[in-house]
Design a protein around this ligand. Sequence first.
Ligand SMILES: CC(C)(COP(=O)(O)OP(=O)(O)OC[C@H]1O[C@@H](n2cnc3c(N)ncnc32)[C@H](O)[C@@H]1OP(=O)(O)O)[C@@H](O)C(=O)NCCC(=O)NCCS
Length: 160
Amino acid sequence: MSELKSNVFVRYVQAEDREDWVRLWRKFIATYENPKLADGIEKVNFDRFIDPSVKMWSALAILKDETTGTEKAIGFTDFFTHPSTWQTEDKTYLNDLFVDDEFRVGGVGRKLIEFVYSEADKMGTPAVYWNTDHFNHRAQLLYTKVAYLSHKRIYKREGY
Ligand SMILES: CC(C)(COP(=O)(O)OP(=O)(O)OC[C@H]1O[C@@H](n2cnc3c(N)ncnc32)[C@H](O)[C@@H]1OP(=O)(O)O)[C@@H](O)C(=O)NCCC(=O)NCCS
């Protein structure tokens, strides 16, 4: 599996990646029971990623076949920055993370998080955070290695 990691790189999505991003997004959403998604959200999301005036981005993990030179998108992460009353610089929220089933436990998820860390550092918004379901043990096997577990709980307004 370490072989997989060395053939994978992460880069921001470009306009021509829409189909690949949607394909992976749908697989990601399929991992949730009854996700509450707005109508047309796929288009809205991707339009935001490629709009330089919106501080929301997506990056793809690309597997490169060294012999044929072909490239395949096998994972993605979406993130955005926002202000905080507790610090002068913006924070970075890692909204989505996904690696296609057959490529998991090969270091790709870690690479995607490290990409967000590195871009957040460059933007001057190094405080990266995210949340996960308490029962998502698989994701947490990775998260405990790249982050610390906050003691905060998330409350939500009823109906949202
Ligand atoms: C969560 C997810 C992105 C992780 O991607 P991944 O490519 O498998 O992650 P990685 O291979 O980089 O990291 C997995 C880590 O967990 C560890 N791990 C995996 N299975 C393990 C096991 N059974 N026992 C111990 N450690 C294990 C690996 O050793 C690895 O750590 P390392 O980097 O130190 O080697 C992927 O499982 C996924 O897409 N899941 C479905 C969507 C999802 O849940 N997304 C997160 C929503 S918050």
